[in-house]
Design a protein around this ligand. Sequence first.
Ligand SMILES: Cc1cc2nc3c(=O)[nH]c(=O)nc-3n(C[C@H](O)[C@H](O)[C@H](O)COP(=O)(O)OP(=O)(O)OC[C@H]3O[C@@H](n4cnc5c(N)ncnc54)[C@H](O)[C@@H]3O)c2cc1C
Length: 417
Amino acid sequence: MNCTVAIVGGGLFGSGLALELVRKGIAVTLIDRDVVPVNRAARRNEGKVHLGFVYAQEDDARTAAVMLEGALAFRRIVASWIGNEAWRSIPSSTPYHYLIHRDSILDAARLAVHYAAVQRLYEETAASDPQGLDYLGDRPPRLWRPLDPAEVSAYRRASVQSGFATVERALDTDSLCDQLAAVVSATPAIRWVGGTHVEGVTNTGKGFEVYGGRMGERWAERFDFVVNAAWTSRVAIDRSVGIVPPKGHLLRLKYRVIVSLPNHLRGLSSATIVLGRFGDVVIRGDGTGCLSWYPACLRGWSDAAEPPAEWEDPCRGEPATVDAEAVVHATLAAFEPYYPGLSRAAVLAVDAGGIVARGASDIDDPGSRLHSRHAIGILHTVEKGYLSVDQGKWTTAPLFAVRVGEMVAQMAGVGND
Ligand SMILES: Cc1cc2nc3c(=O)[nH]c(=O)nc-3n(C[C@H](O)[C@H](O)[C@H](O)COP(=O)(O)OP(=O)(O)OC[C@H]3O[C@@H](n4cnc5c(N)ncnc54)[C@H](O)[C@@H]3O)c2cc1C
C-alpha cells in the first residue's frame, strides 16, 4: 500500500488501531510524545471493563449500551492483538460489589431500574448475536443481583446500607500494556516515532503535515491520512486544523494507588461506591490492588485544550513525593471502613492519568454532563484524510480501533481482510 498513514497517540486505542491497519496491509507511523508505547492513561487507569452500571444517572441508558458493546468485544479484539496466551496471563480482578453510599445521588430503587435496563440490553445481544456474548471470556446469564444482608454487613463500618453484586471485573492495565507495547515494537510495519510532541496538523491540500517538537528540534512530516488519537491533547491538535473545541471540554487529573494487599483481603470482592464522588477498590487475583478515592485522587481540573504542564510527571508515573504521599494517606484512610486492615497494604506505585470528558460540574451534581459518555468515537473528519477520535474509555478503545481501522482502510481504498 503506497499511502502514508500517521496515528498521533499510541495509547490502547492508537496502538490497537496501528495493529488493525497493519493486518489490512497498511503500514503506519505511530507518533507519541512518550518514548515508549502505551505508557499514559492506557496504563495508569483502574482497568475496569465497564458493563455500563456506573452511568445510572442517564435515563435512556445510551452510555450503558456503548459500554456494553465495548465490553463484550474487548477480549476478542485485545486477544487478537496480543495472542490468546498473553491474554490469559493478564491478572483479572474479583467481581465488583456496587455499594450504595448514604450520600448517593440515586437510591437503591433507582439504581436497580438502571441495572435492569443494562440486563435487558445484554439479553438483547444474547438474542440477536449469541456468539457475541463474551465478557472477558465468560458468558454469565445474569449481570447483577442485590447483595444479601450478610454481604452488606461486611461493610457495616462504612456508610453503606445496601448494594449489588455484579459480574463486572477489571484487568491489570500494566500487564496488558506491557504485552501490547511488545507487539507494537515487534511489528516491522509500525514505525514508532516516540518522544515527539505533536503541536498541530496543517491541511496542505495534498495531504496533512504533522508538526511539533522532537528532542529539542522542530519536527514535521507529511502524510496522506492522519488519525488524531492523542486523548488529552486531541482538542488542541483538532484546533490547528480548524475544528472548533467542543463546549464544556473538560480535562481531569486522577491518581491511582497500586498496593500489595494484606493476606486477609485477598480474594474479597472488589468494590465501587456509588453514586457520586466516592471511589473504587480493585482486588486482583495476583494479590495486588488498585485504589482510587475520588476526593483524594482527583487533583487537577482544567478546561484548556491541552493538559497543564505540571500534569506531565504523574502521567508518566513520576508524581512528586509530596503529592503521592497525600494521595496514599487519604485514600487508605477513606477505604479503611470498607476493608478493615487495608491501611496496612504495602504501596507499590502511585501514578495518574488524564480523563477527557464534557461537563462543567462534578459527578456529585445529578445534572452534570459527566454522567453521559455516549457521544464518543469518530467525532470529526476533514476532507476524508483527517480523523479525530474520542476513544471514550479504556473499555471502548478496542472497539473503536476496529471501527476506525475499517474506515481508514476504506478511505485508503483497501478492502477488508
Ligand atoms: C485514574 C483513571 C482511571 C480510569 N479508569 C478507567 C476504567 O476503569 N475503565 C475504563 O474504561 N476507563 C478508565 N479510565 C479512562 C481510560 O484510561 C481512558 O479512556 C483511555 O485509556 C484513553 O484511551 P488511550 O488508552 O488511547 O489513551 P492514552 O493512553 O492516554 O493514549 C494517548 C496517547 O497520546 C499521546 N499524546 C498525547 N498528546 C500528544 C501530543 N501532543 N503529541 C504526541 N503524542 C501525544 C500520549 O502520550 C498517549 O500515549 C480511567 C482513567 C484514569 C486516568
